[in-house]
Design a binder for this molecule. Sequence first.
Ligand SMILES: NC(=O)c1ccc[n+]([C@@H]2O[C@H](COP(=O)([O-])OP(=O)(O)OC[C@H]3O[C@@H](n4cnc5c(N)ncnc54)[C@H](O)[C@@H]3O)[C@@H](O)[C@H]2O)c1
Length: 380
Amino acid sequence: MSDAVLGQFEQMTVKSEGTYPRKARVGIIGAGWIAESHVESYLRMPDVEIVAVADLIDGKAKAFCERFGIKGANLYNSHKELLASEKLDAVSVCTYNRTHAECAIDALKAGVNVLLEKPMCVTLEEGIEIMRAEKESGKVLSIGFQPRFDKNMQKVKEIVDSGMLGEIYYIQTGGGRRRGIPNSTFIEQKTAGIGAIGDIGCYALDLVLNAIGYPKPLTASGYTSAFFGTNTDYSKPENACRFNVDDFAAAFVRLDGGIILDFRIAWAMHIDSPCDTIILGKKGGLRIPATECWNGTMSAPMTFYTDMAGSFTETKIPLIPNSEGKGLFYQKIRSFLDAVMYGGKAPIPTSQAIYNQAIIDGIVRSAKLGREVEINVPEV
Ligand SMILES: NC(=O)c1ccc[n+]([C@@H]2O[C@H](COP(=O)([O-])OP(=O)(O)OC[C@H]3O[C@@H](n4cnc5c(N)ncnc54)[C@H](O)[C@@H]3O)[C@@H](O)[C@H]2O)c1
């Protein structure tokens, strides 16, 4: 074999072993809670260097780096300073929802690839601005939906793609918990912008929309409430007095292709779970037991229903352990970096996430108006 051929083989081997030809230079924007999970994953990658960390709160980036033993990283008090001073391959945008759009757009304009935490942003308008900046920059932008890497979640898509359900016409999805309102920056308009619907609702939507190929949303009739977050019987007084986002949402959404999406999500309610996810097709139905939403974990095996020669059948689909992988978070970050370092496409693209955001935006608008609204997603 010639040297040229052997050389190519060597390159392929390096790539398949997953070691980048040079260290990826990464920055962290927002040194809060979720940034910890990003950093824990980056620190497990010997071919990645965390070169800069920014947080608006004075001293927070420094304390963060000390806690994780990140040595030599430059520290900044805003994402703008960080982007102006550093030469980076990628940033993790780990800020609260309200600054997702600004940070992602500024990073793209600075020529930096972006891993943007979920939800994509707060409004559809912001989402479109992010997509425009992404298109103009030619950079990779991926959204942080780690349940996409859960093997059972992937099985849902495989089942739909296999055609066993036939044409899909109705989906019920959602999730949540009896009590579980987060605090800190999650509960205020000025930082979160949206509550349960953006925190865990976006995952429930992503699970089913990804499985059925992300059809375009057309209309939404939505409802939101905040009976628990604002009530001192259920929330600490210091949180209840500043709580001004939703802690429950429900909606009836029409999707392209005549598909109905029936959705509900809760941070708190007087029941253990609002629903299993069910996907109804003309040939079969699938029941997905209620999940935790954020980590993709199914509480029990899925069931596939169909008729066989006139008899009803129910097939349990064994749960698949995720144990052999490096974890969902690691995979979401590594797949993004692979796209950055090898010139691939975003593993979780904005072309999909924008429909997720459009539904959330439609539900919020409809809930305010008290009637069904149209959802129009402009072409970017
Ligand atoms: N994927 C997941 O499993 C998961 C889990 C929790 C939270 N999240 C998402 O992560 C995001 C952050 O959540 P969190 O719990 O870490 O919030 P947090 O409030 O703990 O941290 C956010 C940090 O961002 C900083 N910040 C805001 N704007 C900034 C800017 N322009 N420049 C620099 N720093 C800025 C804030 O000062 C704060 O310290 C949210 O959007 C949330 O939905 C994802």
